[in-house]
Design a protein. Sequence first.
Length: 462
Amino acid sequence: MKLFSGLLFCFLREEGESKDLINELPDCILSSIFSLLTLKDVVDATSMVSPRWRRLVLHPILTRLNLEFDIPNVFGISIDDDAIADKHRKQDFIRCVNKVLQLHHGNKVDSFKVKFYFNRKSTAILDEWIRFAITKGAEVLYLHFSRYSEAEKGNYYDFPCWLLSELRPSTLKNLSLTGCVLRLPPSFDRFSHLTTLYLYEVIVDNISLARLLSDCLLLESLTLDYCWGASELMVKVKLASLEILSGSLHMNLSVKPPYPAKISFGSILHFNLCARLTQFASFSGLETLHLQLEMLHHDELPRSLPTFRDLKKLEVDLLFSQKADLAGVLNLLKATPFLEQLVVSVLHVWGACFGDSFCEDEQEIRKFSGLKHNHLRKVKLQAFRSTPYEIEFAISILKNTTKLEIMEIDPFGEIYLGAGVWRKVMGICGLYASNSSWEEKDRALVQEKLKEVKTDARIIIL
């Protein structure tokens, strides 16, 4: 509301009189300015005295094609805070959404997004919001309902498939659910246009999941993370992207050709990673592989790996508590002879203690001195801590790549959340942390060590 308040009181004293310059602006300019207001501003603006201003504020927002209701938009604050989910705030949130939907007079809505602390106690309200979105022809439906504890799973909101069956043929192309139950009733066919499906902390059974993957013939991208209830994942449609993140490791995976071009996989290292990598290596046409690996105690990456013949890009996130197995990453490089791009992020668990164990394996890195890679062109090392172990890893890549064009070293990094969403890790971010103490001396040390390597690659140290 700061923008709106600033406009109201933008006056200029000229020759002893106050002159309201804002009201002299043409409608098209004011409308453009007001289109930047949040949904909270919209509700507040309904009580404005000036009919002209009320019309100009409300019209561009209440005909929006993309409606997004979350804490920043509704309450005008920039952070999501569990404390804001108290009963009073929830009623304020509901009141704001209801008011906007009541006043909305556009004929079409392209996307409808709600992110707040809801469960099945709010079923009647949430059903009406979804009815509004589907009736308006929404192609993107994003429902992220955070839970408070493990016990909350019993109170998850049931996604109303029955409602979609009652309404016009669904235009949904992108469905994203968090904290929901998804059960497909018999003869349900309203997901036939889906191209993207994201399920996080969703309860879904084997039958519903199998039907999703057999009936959604246009599906291109599937993300499963912390999904409960299903033990089998059988992919029969042609996916461009398949993501099975760390919370869904219990599923047995079967993929029929044609295989995905991109796979993101999260795993705890002792969770039979070798068998999964062997399976992925057999997928012809797999060009991008993203591995997000939790390393407990002294876990190591598999040393015996099949060859990935088609892989062009490899992203490896090592989330560790004591030791990051960078020698294992070099072994992955050996198994990907046609790789062109490598991204390695080393994020330690916040509060973890590591000393000599982080630096003790420089000798193992040197074992790969005979490895020659003839296709790798770009390398990015994230959350770099300038330890001897990491520096030796960077040197090994520089020495053993014949076509490398650029190596970028970043003291910070990113953590992948799924569905193409990344979050910057600047120091501590949730459970994980990057290098929050990067200093000029660290940069100078890395520059000095890497300068000793004869290479044509351009080295960028951020």
